[in-house]
Write a protein that binds this ligand. Structure first.
Ligand code: SF4
Length: 345
């Protein structure tokens, strides 16, 4: 299986340099694209006129960039979010979510190899990695639709640590000419301490979200069968160290599964471990996926868990997954789109 993305490298930088442009031109092009503005307007830029060959190539470049990611289906939710099926240039599809208050959730891979037992995406395995530009293009789509993007979360399909080089490239684009502050970008992962190290020394250091889901190694391995074999304590320690060194609080993600990881005792132990740490626990009642052994706990149970943590001084929230009323679990919308004819955006 060839996991390489079909569009690796930077289309814009390559095209600009090939046509005799200077760095300033490449930067202007990148800035315009990443902020959702048309490239053609740059042809008239005063001060740093574009080489003629580059000016003439702009419409074709625009077309290529638009081909990176196209909205194929858009489903608005009552909670103000919208779930999208995004078609890539090779015909494969991923999901993005436009969240309320300017958040954009993007995918980093087509499919995913981690195979979490509660996730629709994990069922189909990994098809391929996305390129840095394909990841950034999902943010461009939101900006072009008029969204004022305030936060980008790498929490869609895929495990960012499994596609690290492209993700680092996307961080560079989004946190550079894309004008997002580092802490406005959230790297969401099942955990890979070596990836944390790379992020620490990267030019754009995002916030970290750790999908923990369980405190016991054995239970976590059962839920996330292909996550890196790292003990929970080691993982937490590395993630909290990252949070200390960046000063961005660690987001501890916890999908609630009835009778499996929703006990008050485990919440007590989690509270004990996180007391005084730079962390926020985010409980998310599971969004049902058919033919799985899991069940969704009552909302009230989530409320009780949050109370346990808060009583110990640990920040905690309970939230519904965005777009829960429109095939809200990661990968469901894409799976349905694959099985049915697409509707217009
Ligand atoms: S929950 Fe995330 S890491 Fe797990 S299989 Fe789904 S996409 Fe992959």
């Amino acid at each position: 299986m060839d996991l390489r993305a079909p569009t690796s490298g930077t289309i814009l930088a390559r095209a600009a340099l090939d046509r005799g442009a200077r760095d300033v031109h490449a930067r202007l092009l990148l800035r315009a694209w990443l902020r959702g503005r048309p490239l053609a307007a740059l042809a008239a830029t005063r001060g740093a006129p574009f080489p003629r060959a580059l000016r003439e190539a702009l419409p074709e470049l625009e077309r290529q960039l638009e081909g990176l990611a196209k909205v194929e289906e858009r489903r608005a939710s009552a909670d103000g979010s919208a779930r999208l099926v995004v078609r890539l240039s090779d015909g494969r599809a991923v999901e993005s979510v436009w969240l309320a208050r300017g958040g954009v959730c993007v995918s980093t891979q087509v499919g995913c190899a981690v195979a979490c037992t509660f996730c629709q995406t994990g069922r189909g395995g990994l098809e391929r990695n996305l390129s840095a530009e394909e990841i950034a293009a999902q943010v461009v789509l939101a900006r072009r639709a008029g969204l004022c993007v305030r936060r980008v979360v790498l929490m869609g399909m895929g495990e960012p640590a499994h596609n690290l080089e492209a993700v680092l490239g996307a961080l560079r684009l989004l946190g550079g000419e894309g004008a997002l502050a580092h802490k406005q970008i959230v790297f969401s992962t099942v955990g890979e301490p070596r990836a944390f190290e790379r992020l620490l020394f990267h030019s754009v250091r995002p916030s970290l979200a750790l999908s923990l889901h369980a405190l016991e190694d054995e239970r976590r391995r059962a839920l996330l069968p292909r996550a890196p074999r790292v003990a929970v304590e080691e993982l937490l320690a590395a993630a909290l160290d990252y949070a200390e060194r960046t000063t961005w609080p660690l987001l501890v993600q916890w999908t609630l599964l009835q009778g499996e990881n929703d006990s008050l005792e485990e919440a007590e132990r989690l509270a004990e471990r996180l007391q005084g740490a730079r962390a926020i626990v985010n409980y998310i009642p599971w969004n049902a996926v058919a033919d799985t052994p899991h069940a969704r706990p009552a909302w009230q149970r989530g409320v009780e868990l949050v109370r346990v943590l808060r009583a110990r001084g640990v920040l905690a929230t309970l939230r519904r997954s965005a777009g829960a009323d429109v095939d809200g679990a990661c990968g469901q919308l894409r799976a349905r789109a694959a099985a049915a004819p697409a509707t217009a955006p």
